[in-house]
Design a protein. Structure first.
Length: 360
């Protein structure tokens, strides 16, 4: 189906029989969009900013939809009606740092009554907002020895990790690499610079237990970190030739990590998380960067040219179970695929494709 406003790199969220994404308005601003899946009709659109197209995927929780626009505008809408609830700007209202090269692109994190966003400023590296009102709960101030280093927001989304009884938020920042801040009050806890590159730090880290796996491209690499509550220690580092995630992301299933490796590439890879051993890595069947999601023991890869590959999520060897191509649209297919209710959703530019992938 055609999406209102056309081009966007925003993926989709499925909740309560509805689909939520972002699109462009007629005057090239950005808008949140809600579609009824049964009728395939647009239920509502909500203007977020005058600066489009949108890069980020919305976050939906507790009857609310949260969006981050390219220019840094954070907006909250009612999920049922699209009525605006509140909005804040990462720079103007929250003290954010300079705008990233490809502008803002994170999906905000909902954690209880809070919405976690990444202004990227020295006095507001991360910020916790009351999700119902947008009021500031806390902002993370960088310590003196981390200031003056051209630190600003990047493109990863924050995640929750817990170690040593300390709940914390982890993301990537330009200049600092992976960072962790205390969920309670936003106190800066640690950073790990070895995965920082000077262009774009994109893929969202993965947390499990008291560990975090993170990776960036531009010939950087990947690392497993062990958190102790107040700090982070490197368990191992993988050079770029072994594994680097550009913007297709990676995910954990059990004791293994799966994702596409390579700069502007997505070669399917399986890594033993505890050791960093690459159990298998196969040449990609599509072109360009490859994003990945998983459902029912299988991986769904989507490459730039619209090639979709179905790969068994198993550590004992690579097995391609199927493949097809999405009808070509303009630009690369960068929006991550989504599987929900036995259906595969692929967003490419101004088109939304839905495929039945439920087993017979």
């Amino acid at each position: 189906m055609d999406l209102p406003g056309g081009d966007s790199q925003s993926s989709v969220v499925i909740a309560g029989g509805r689909l939520y994404t972002m699109a462009n308005t007629r005057d090239k601003g950005a808008a949140a969009v809600c579609i009824d899946l049964a009728t395939r009709k647009v239920v509502w659109t909500g203007r977020t900013t005058g600066d489009g197209p949108a890069n980020a995927t919305p976050t939906v929780a507790d009857g609310l939809v949260f969006t981050v626009a390219r220019d840094g505008n954070v907006a909250c809408f009612r999920a049922d009606t699209g009525q605006p609830v509140w909005s804040k700007h990462l720079q103007k209202d929250l003290g954010g740092g300079k705008k990233p090269g490809w502008q803002f692109a994170e999906s905000p994190l909902v954690d209880g009554d809070r919405l976690i966003v990444t202004p990227g400023g020295e006095d507001a590296a991360l910020a916790a907002l009351d999700k119902k009102t947008g009021n500031v709960i806390w902002k993370t101030a960088l310590p003196a020895d981390r200031r003056g280093k051209d630190v600003h927001a990047q493109y990863a989304s924050p995640i929750v990790a817990t170690a040593g009884g300390v709940r914390q938020y982890v993301t990537l920042l330009y200049g600092l690499g992976a960072v962790g801040v205390a969920a309670k009050d936003g106190k800066f806890l640690w950073n790990y610079e070895r995965v920082n590159n000077g262009t774009a730090n994109i893929s969202t880290p993965v947390a499990f237990g008291d560990h975090v796996f993170c990776s960036t491209a531009y010939d950087t690499g990947a690392a497993l970190l062990k958190l102790d509550g107040a700090g982070a220690k490197e368990v191992y580092f993988l050079p770029a030739r072994t594994f680097q995630s550009h913007h297709g992301g990676f995910l954990r299933i059990g004791d293994h990590l799966y994702g596409g490796s390579g700069h502007n590439a997505g070669n399917p890879t399986c890594i033993e998380l505890k050791t960093g051993k690459v159990l298998w890595q196969e040449k990609q069947i599509g072109e360009g960067s490859g994003s990945v999601t998983a459902a029912d023991g299988r991986l769904y890869f989507l490459w730039d040219n619209g090639t979709v590959g179905l790969v068994e999520a198993r550590p004992d060897g690579y097995k391609l179970a199927g493949q097809f191509k999405v009808p070509k649209q303009g630009g690369p297919a960068w929006a991550h695929p989504v599987v929900a209710g036995g259906k595969l959703y692929v967003r490419w530019a101004g088109k939304l494709f839905c495929y039945d992938v439920k087993a017979p």
